[in-house]
Design a protein around this ligand. Structure first.
Ligand code: TYD
Ligand code: MG
Length: 445
């Protein structure tokens, strides 16, 4: 029997070497050589993990290929189904990333408990079986179909899975699994890639969904090689602020659906609760209006969302004024301040500006600009924005307010939540029309 063969492959140029080297002899990159399996112990050639039960020997006429919609398996968690594109696909692999303590294990344990009819194997690399039992007791009823595996050697784990034939596999987390083909410790790039490769092959072989939990690095990316994200079908990011209760599940990659959807949850005493009306949580109703707060209607994914934007403008205490943005793009804030300074005459270069989006959300929709500008102007002039008023519009460099997509949807969300006035750029729509930033200052003044 041939022995497992490994080689050191440069992660930036692909050069190989039989020994580890600190510097790649080909491209000169430092510390880029990673141990990689090139031949397994059985000596078999490695096969690509793409099956889904297809017959590979013949061609498939595209016209006659059956659509996959009816093979989707509902996860019984509506918000999860939503981000997956309508349910779990057999043989598909979902990677869930997120900071420690955000609720990845909780979500997957709830998924396990809510599907008592399915045989589910939960591979526990992070917590003991007793800890999981303790948490599961708090989260709901435990069915007889729920199994915990503590086998962390991928070759043995795959033998176990092959024998047990579960309907769903959860691996918490990929960083704790190791292959005995490699000498490196679990969690290293080569181990992650090798173990993920073998697990993905097993999911395809059994034709069942596989969920992998992935740790996240300081910079917010999923720890491990970028190839891990290429290997899986769907990448979900679980995010939110630890102090807050709101958790967002975002799709950053989805081979089986749109990446525009987000799922919203609230962390409670007894686990994660689905939030189908997030706007109601994100917007506070104060007894009196406060200066520096404005409400924006944004589209996160394809759902309109009302969010509260806050700004604080104060005289700069040090030479260079401070600009701090939470949940809003820092460069965009600088641009917005320059526009307000040049086009609307606000003296912002001598002020510190802090902006914040309530609920710990990060909003990428540029339609938030107008609310951001309104909050800044409101704090600068120290005047309140009238109640039941909201904003939706992008701001351009000339100080113009630009129209945003799916305005009707935004207006109906604002209407549903009892807003009476919406400031936007919309020639033919209901709402207050603003075409220039100067008008905004005049209106507020
Ligand atoms: P966890 O799922 O362990 O996070 P991850 O797997 O992403 O590291 O989440 C743990 C956090 O959630 C912990 O801070 C406690 C909190 N939590 C609740 O508030 N309510 C609950 O019912 C559960 C199970 C956890
Ligand atoms: Mg966990």
């Amino acid at each position: 029997m041939a022995k497992t063969k490994t080689q050191y492959i440069c992660q930036s140029c692909g050069a190989s070497s039989p020994k580890w080297l600190g510097k790649c002899p080909q491209c000169g990159a430092w510390n880029s050589m990673e141990e990689t399996v090139v031949q397994t112990s059985k000596g078999d050639k490695r096969k690509a993990a793409t099956s889904y039960g297809d017959d590979h020997s013949k061609l498939h006429q595209l016209k006659k290929v059956e659509p996959d919609s009816y093979s989707r398996i509902p996860s019984k968690i509506g918000e999860l189904d939503r981000v997956l594109g309508g349910g779990m696909m057999p043989g598909s692999v979902v990677l869930i990333g997120g900071e420690p303590g955000i609720g990845k294990s909780t979500l997957l344990l709830q998924l396990t408990l809510q599907n008592p009819d399915k045989k589910i194997v939960y591979v526990a690399g992070e917590e003991s079986t007793a800890q999981i039992k303790d948490r599961a007791d708090r989260l709901g009823n435990i069915s007889e179909n729920c199994f915990i595996s503590t086998e962390l050697i991928v070759e043995n784990l795959n033998e176990q899975l092959k024998k047990e034939k579960p309907a769903l596999i959860i691996v918490d987390s990929i960083q704790t699994i190791q292959s005995h083909n490699l000498e490196s410790i679990p969690g290293t790039i080569s181990q992650i890639r090798e173990t993920a490769y073998q697990l993905i092959n097993m999911a395809k072989y059994l034709n069942v969904p596989l969920f992998l939990v992935g740790h996240i690095t300081k910079s917010g990316n999923i720890a491990g090689p970028k190839v891990l994200e290429h290997m899986v079908d769907t990448v979900l990011q679980f995010e939110g602020e630890h102090t807050g209760q709101l958790r967002l599940l975002r799709t950053t990659k989805n081979r089986f659906g749109s990446t525009a959807e987000i799922g919203v949850f609230e962390m409670q005493q007894n686990g994660l609760r689905e939030v189908s009306n997030p706007s109601e949580i994100l917007v506070q109703h104060y007894a009196e209006q406060l200066t520096g707060t404005a409400v924006a209607v944004v589209n996160e994914g394809i759902r309109p969302l009302m969010v509260e934007v806050q700004a604080l403008v104060s005289p700069a205490t040090y030479g260079t004024p401070q600009r701090t943005a939470n949940g809003y793009n820092h460069k965009r804030l600088n641009m917005l301040l320059a526009v307000l300074e040049k086009r609307a005459g606000l003296k912002l270069s001598t002020r510190d500006v802090f902006v914040n989006i309530a609920g710990g959300l990060k909003i990428a929709d540029t339609a938030i600009d107008l609310a951001m500008a309104a909050a800044i102007v409101s704090s600068y002039l120290d005047i309140e924005i009238p109640p039941h008023t909201c904003f939706s519009g992008e701001i351009g460099l000339a100080g113009e307010v630009r129209p945003v997509s799916r305005m009707e949807q935004r207006i109906s969300e604002a209407h549903r939540l009892g807003y009476k006035k919406i400031f936007t750029r919309s020639g033919n729509q209901a709402g207050k029309n603003i075409t220039d930033i100067r008008q905004l200052v005049k209106q507020l003044d």
